[in-house]
Design a protein around this ligand. Structure first.
Ligand code: PLP
Length: 347
């Protein structure tokens, strides 16, 4: 069954009043300035837009002190993630990634007929950069997700810089910073200014609440961006470029949302600890994981019965489920439902 068919089936089965904390979305949605900007620019939707896209790049480049030529804009970060893996892995060039981590890169590697090399996280659930560097001398791409999806844990900048210096010379380091602003992790985007062996990905789907509007960046040397372009490139939706740009200009957005999500997350983590439920510690993101001690799929199904849709399991940890941090109201409903499910005997 295709991904779209599965999604159709999944959404058909969800009641309209269900709590959706399964897909690491941001229930706060686009900021007010982004909503007004989208409405104001909709009439320009008949043209392939380059102007708004260029303005967005200039704002992002100047905020990060990196040349504008080092940015490519896409409708989300999924495309440059896939393109990076398709461009730099292959039958003789493997894909090295943490385990568990976000799976999209691994799926692209399979399409490229590349070997996928999972590397367990460390005891503190960071990426094990030493093991990743040593995993395969023919690595094509080494993927670091920081903070990591699904654990929400971070890998230090120091460790990522160590990996950059010590990885196999011809490999590409792909650093996915989708959730960086939700955490205290330090970006490595500055490294793209002078090197050809690192790509950093950013998205507006997470803290900026624009998963349904679609905007993301690949940040890399222009030669690297050119190689990605060969996989596909087109104009951005004008609504998305302007919404992303005004979101960047809203200086209160990141601190306000980071604090809101941290508070909702930490309140729930305290509840879980108080009730002796086992959590994978260290999340600084809008998701965290619980070891249910049961079959994770059964827990997901039991939660769905209570109209709380939680995230999935990873093969390496079948009893562990990922929970996205929703609104305070969502998390209050989650806490009630989770206790009820865990108080009932396993099916
Ligand atoms: N990278 C990570 C780590 C993600 O979790 C996601 C989505 O959940 C993406 C990339 C892709 O997001 P988008 O295509 O919406 O930018």
């Amino acid at each position: 069954m295709s991904q779209q068919q599965m999604m159709k089936q999944f959404f058909a089965s969800i009641p309209p009043d269900a709590v959706l904390i399964n897909a690491n979305e941001n229930p706060l949605g686009p900021c007010e300035a982004a909503r007004s900007a989208i409405a104001s620019v909709a009439g320009k939707g008949g043209r392939y837009d380059i102007k708004e896209m260029m303005t967005l790049v200039e704002v992002f480049a100047s905020q990060n002190s990196i040349p504008a030529d080092n940015f490519a804009v896409y409708a989300g970060s999924s495309e440059p993630l896939h393109y990076s893996v398709l461009s730099y892995t292959g039958p003789t060039r493997s894909f090295v990634a943490g385990d568990p981590t976000y799976e999209a890169g691994g799926r692209a590697a399979e399409i490229a007929k590349a070997k996928v090399c999972p590397v367990p996280l460390t005891k503190t659930y960071a990426h094990d950069v030493k093991a990743m560097a040593a995993k395969d001398p023919n690595a094509g791409v080494i993927y670091i997700c920081n903070p990591n999806n699904p654990t929400g844990t971070i890998t230090s900048r120091e460790d990522i810089l160590w990996l950059l210096e010590n990885k196999p010379k011809d490999s590409m380091l792909l650093v996915d910073e989708a959730y960086i602003h939700l955490s205290d992790a330090q970006s490595v985007v500055d490294q793209t200014a002078n090197r050809k062996d690192i790509i950093v990905l950013r998205t507006f789907s997470k803290i900026y609440g624009m998963a349904g509007i679609r905007c993301g960046f690949a940040v890399a040397h222009p030669d690297v961006l050119h190689k990605l372009e060969l996989c596909g490139q087109n104009a951005m939706p004008v609504t998305s470029s302007i919404a992303a740009r005004v979101s960047l200009e809203d200086t209160s957005l990141i601190p306000t949302r980071k604090a809101y999500i941290a508070n909702a997350r930490n309140t729930t983590l305290k509840f879980l600890a108080d009730n002796n439920y086992k959590v994978i510690p260290g999340s600084q993101s809008n998701c965290f994981m619980i070891d249910t001690g049961r079959n994770g799929h059964e827990v997901m199904a039991a939660m769905a019965q209570k109209k709380v849709i939680i995230g999935r399991t990873w093969a390496v940890w079948p009893s562990v489920v990922r929970i996205t941090v929703g609104t305070n109201e969502d998390m209050a409903k989650f806490r009630v439902a989770y206790k009820e499910v865990m108080d009932a005997p396993p099916t």
